[in-house]
Design a binder for this molecule. Structure first.
Ligand SMILES: Cc1cc2nc3c(=O)[nH]c(=O)nc-3n(C[C@H](O)[C@H](O)[C@H](O)COP(=O)(O)OP(=O)(O)OC[C@H]3O[C@@H](n4cnc5c(N)ncnc54)[C@H](O)[C@@H]3O)c2cc1C
Length: 391
């Protein structure tokens, strides 16, 4: 793969062998065909549970860092990072994985009860089920502590009502991790609780909201759904810290850097095909973007290694996410210049180079600076916690 260094000095021999195995898996004919089939769908259609996830799950690779009893391999965040990176480089959509494994699953490992872990983690690790996240609301995204979804006490349980937006994949998921207010106090970071909401409950309505990109968002309307103690993850009223711990583990920048690398590789392959790579103007710009992506990749891997040494750093994670997602625009604009008008044909137009990937990612790329925390929020974390600047 161009511009992609497989000899990362931080990998052990075993980890290099692990990467080779994962790479060979993605090169297998049935897997390549299954991945190619993911791109074949009508506009406004999305693939459901991915067969390739199940295949990864059978090998224990989907959640490689989880203990074996929960369907993992008991390895480290490095092996998990290798799987995620290879998955994305090979064109497998990573959002299900990030939501199910890196977000909800990680949180259950961190704060779930033994019963919750036993019940949910093996199915997630095997790719048989997915779980999603219900944080954002119509009036609050960045300012999540302003959320209005409420759970009110009801005997030995709770009744949950509210409206969530910009959720992904709930149409395929059994469970969603839902942040709700359980107490109104003077400190708004107190009084937030995390619930595992069964999405097939009466009282849960999933409405599609199509985005500018190809992925579907959902609005989720929750009306008076009864939940009990078994649905609560972590302490009542003290979910805010957990939320931040969870986002920190998810926010390495690994998925974004791998995606941009894949896009750039496709642009370079097209430039080679059309002879534009010989033009020093294009070559110079490609080299420039390539260098930025290598820097982004180095940052992302540093975050993964910090997790392994038990020292995840919220400021460095924010910097990694900010830096790499700032490159999205440069990659797609470079692609548009290098691939020209043909590059703007969509996969449904036929004759589109690279199966219309550029047209699709052109629409998708602005979301990078919003998803899992906007660029401004990342800068705020860096300014407030890293540089200790107050507003
Ligand atoms: C691809 C994608 C997938 C997503 N998946 C999910 C999901 O599965 N579940 C879920 O719950 N949510 C999901 N989201 C929602 C995402 O978390 C929110 O979009 C994000 O938190 C921003 O919230 P918002 O859209 O309400 O924007 P706002 O918070 O309204 O922000 C709008 C703009 O104002 C800026 N801004 C806001 N506050 C400040 C400030 N204090 N200082 C400076 N600038 C500020 C922001 O940076 C942004 O540019 C997803 C979003 C995307 C794009």
């Amino acid at each position: 793969m161009s511009g992609f260094d497989t000899l990362d000095p931080w990998l052990t021999d075993e980890q290099r062998a692990f990467r080779r195995n994962v790479r060979e898996f993605f090169a297998e004919d049935p897997v390549r065909k299954a991945v190619a089939a993911l791109g074949v769908h009508e506009p406004r259609e999305e693939s459901g549970l991915l067969d390739v996830y199940r295949r990864l799950g059978e090998r224990g690779w989907l959640a490689a860092a989880w203990p074996e009893e929960y369907g993992g391999l008991g390895l480290t965040a490095v092996e998990a990072g290798i799987v995620l990176e290879e998955m994305v480089l090979n064109g497998v959509p990573e959002d299900q994985h990030v939501l199910s494994i890196d977000t909800v699953g990680q949180l259950l490992l961190l704060a779930g009860t033994p019963e919750q872990r036993t019940r949910h983690l093996p199915a997630l690790a095997k790719g048989e089920q997915i779980a999603t996240v219900l944080f954002t609301e119509p009036h609050c995204g960045s300012d999540l502590a302003a959320l209005r979804t409420r759970a009110v006490p009801d005997g030995d349980g709770w009744r949950l009502s509210g409206r969530k937006i910009f959720n992904q994949k709930s149409q395929f998921a059994e469970w969603a991790l839902c942040a709700a207010r359980t107490d109104e106090g003077p400190v708004r970071y107190h009084g937030i609780t995390l619930f595992l909401l069964p999405l097939r409950s009466p009282g849960v309505v999933i409405n599609p909201v199509w985005s500018m990109g190809d992925e579907r968002f959902n609005e989720i309307v929750i009306e008076d759904v009864r939940l009990t103690a078994e649905h609560i993850v972590g302490p009542v009223d003290a979910g805010w810290q957990l939320l931040n711990d969870m986002l920190l583990l998810e926010r390495t920048g690994m998925d974004f850097q791998a995606k941009l690398r894949r896009w750039l590789d496709i642009v370079v392959a097209d430039a080679r095909r059309t002879g534009r790579l010989a033009d020093s103007g294009y070559a110079q710009r490609i080299a420039d973007v390539d260098a930025q992506l290598k820097a982004g990749r180095a940052l992302a891997w540093r975050m993964v290694r910090a997790q392994v040494s038990g020292e995840p750093d919220p400021v460095a994670s924010a910097a990694s996410k900010w830096f790499i997602t700032q490159q999205s625009d440069a990659v797609v604009r470079l692609g548009a210049d290098v691939m020209g008008l043909d590059g703007l044909l969509s996969r449904w137009d036929g004759e589109a180079p690279a199966d219309g990937l550029l047209e699709s990612v052109y629409r998708q790329s602005p979301a990078h600076t919003l998803a899992s925390g906007t660029s401004e929020v990342m800068l705020q974390i860096i300014a407030a916690s890293g540089l200790e600047l107050s507003s």
